[in-house]
Ligand binder design. Structure first.
Ligand code: 13P
Length: 306
C-alpha cells in the first residue's frame, strides 16, 4: 500500500470519531510490533520516528520503517516526531516521510509561527502534512526538562491564533499530559474542558502527546525482574476515551512500548540464563510491545477502521 499523509489518516479519524495511535519506533523489533498489531487489528497508524532515533541509527531506522510500511495492507504514515529544525524536516521529507512535526513550542509565539510556516510552505509543495505545537508539556525525563511551573496549558485563543497564522495541518496542544514514565503525582489531571474549547475553535485534528498509560501490572513486572521504575504513572484509559470524545485525534505513545519491552527482556534474561541469542532475547520484547499496542488500538477505536 502507498503511504498516506498524517492528515489523510487523521481526517478520517476525525470524521469517524475515533483516535489513531502514533507509536514511536527506534529499532526493528519495535517497528515489527507496531506493524503486526496494526495488521492484526486492521488499524491505521502513524509510525513516529524522533530526532533522537535518527541520531542513534542514521538512515537505518527509516529504511526499516519504510520497508515494513510499504508491505502494509492498512493505512500508514511515516512521521517525524518533534522535528527541531527546518533542515531536519526537509531531510525527512527527502527520505520519503509523509508527515512531519516541527516543534518550536519552546520559542515565543512569533518565532513558532514563522518557523512552522516555513516548514508548512515547503512540505505542502510536495504533498506532506505538518503537525505543529503550541503550549508546553511537563517534561520530567532525562532529555528535555520542563518543570511543572514552566509547563503551560494551551489556551483556545492562542490555539486558534497560532493555527490560522502558521497553516499547519494538525495541532499538538498541552492539556495536562507529560512525556515519559512520570506524568505527575497520583492520577494526572487532564483538562477535558480545555480540549472541548479548543476543538470548538480549531477545525484541524488535535494531537495529544505524552499519552502512555504506564500500565501498573507491567511496571510491577519490570520491578520484580530487577528494574527500578519509581513513581511511574500514566494517563488513565477513561481520560483517553474522554479526550477522543472531546476532539483529540492523534494519540502519541512511546514510553508504554519501552516499559513493555523492558519487562520482556528482563524476565527472559532472569528466567533463561543460558540464552545468548539476541533474537531470542528480543522476541518476547516484541510480543510484549505488540500486546500493549493492540490494547491501545482497541481503546482508541482505530481497530477495524482500516
Ligand atoms: P509518552 O512518553 O507518554 O509515550 O509520549 C510519547 C510522545 O508524546 C512522543 O511524542
Amino acid at each position: 500500500m502507498t503511504l498516506k499523509t498524517g492528515l489523510e489518516i487523521l481526517k478520517a479519524a476525525q470524521t469517524g470519531s475515533y483516535g489513531v495511535g502514533a507509536f514511536n519506533t527506534d529499532n526493528l523489533e519495535t517497528t515489527q510490533a507496531i506493524m503486526e498489531a496494526a495488521e492484526e487489528t486492521r488499524s491505521p497508524i502513524l509510525m513516529a520516528i524522533t530526532a533522537g532515533a535518527l541520531k542513534y541509527s542514521g538512515t537505518r531506522i527509516v529504511d526499516i520503517a519504510m520497508a515494513e510500511a510499504k508491505n502494509a495492507t492498512v493505512p500508514v504514515a511515516i512521521h517525524l516526531d518533534h522535528g527541531d529544525s527546518f533542515e531536519s524536516c526537509m531531510w525527512c521529507i527527502r527520505k520519503g516521510f509523509t508527515s512531519v512535526m516541527i516543534d518550536k513550542s519552546h520559542e515565543d509565539e512569533a518565532t513558532n509561527i514563522r518557523e512552522t510556516q516555513r516548514v508548512v510552505d515547503a512540505a505542502h509543495a510536495v504533498g506532506v502534512s505538518v503537525e505543529a505545537e503550541i503550549g508546553r508539556l511537563v517534561e520530567l525525563g532525562a532529555e528535555v526538562i520542563i518543570s511543572e511551573e514552566n509547563a503551560t496549558l494551551t489556551t483556545a485563543d492562542e490555539a486558534e491564533r497560532f493555527i490560522s497564522a502558521c497553516g499547519a495541518d494538525t495541532l499538538a496542544i498541552a492539556v495536562g499530559t507529560a512525556h515519559g514514565p512520570n506524568k505527575g503525582r497520583g492520577r494526572p489531571e487532564i483538562n477535558h474542558q480545555r480540549i472541548a474549547e479548543i476543538r470548538a475553535r480549531v477545525e484541524q485534528p488535535l494531537v495529544m502527546h505524552g499519552a502512555s498509560s504506564i500500565p501498573q501490572d507491567v511496571v510491577a513486572r519490570v520491578n520484580q525482574a530487577g528494574g527500578v521504575l519509581k513513581d511511574a504513572v500514566g494517563i488513565h484509559d477513561d481520560d483517553i476515551t474522554q479526550a477522543i470524545a472531546s476532539g483529540m485525534c492523534k494519540v502519541n505513545v512511546g514510553t508504554d512500548l519501552r516499559i513493555a519491552s523492558t519487562a520482556g527482556i528482563r524476565e527472559l534474561i532472569r528466567d533463561k540464563p543460558d540464552i545468548i541469542d539476541m533474537r531470542k532475547i528480543l522476541a518476547p520484547a516484541r510480543e510484549e510491545m505488540k500486546r500493549v499496542i493492540v490494547k491501545k488500538m482497541n481503546l482508541l477505536g482505530s481497530a477495524g477502521k482500516a
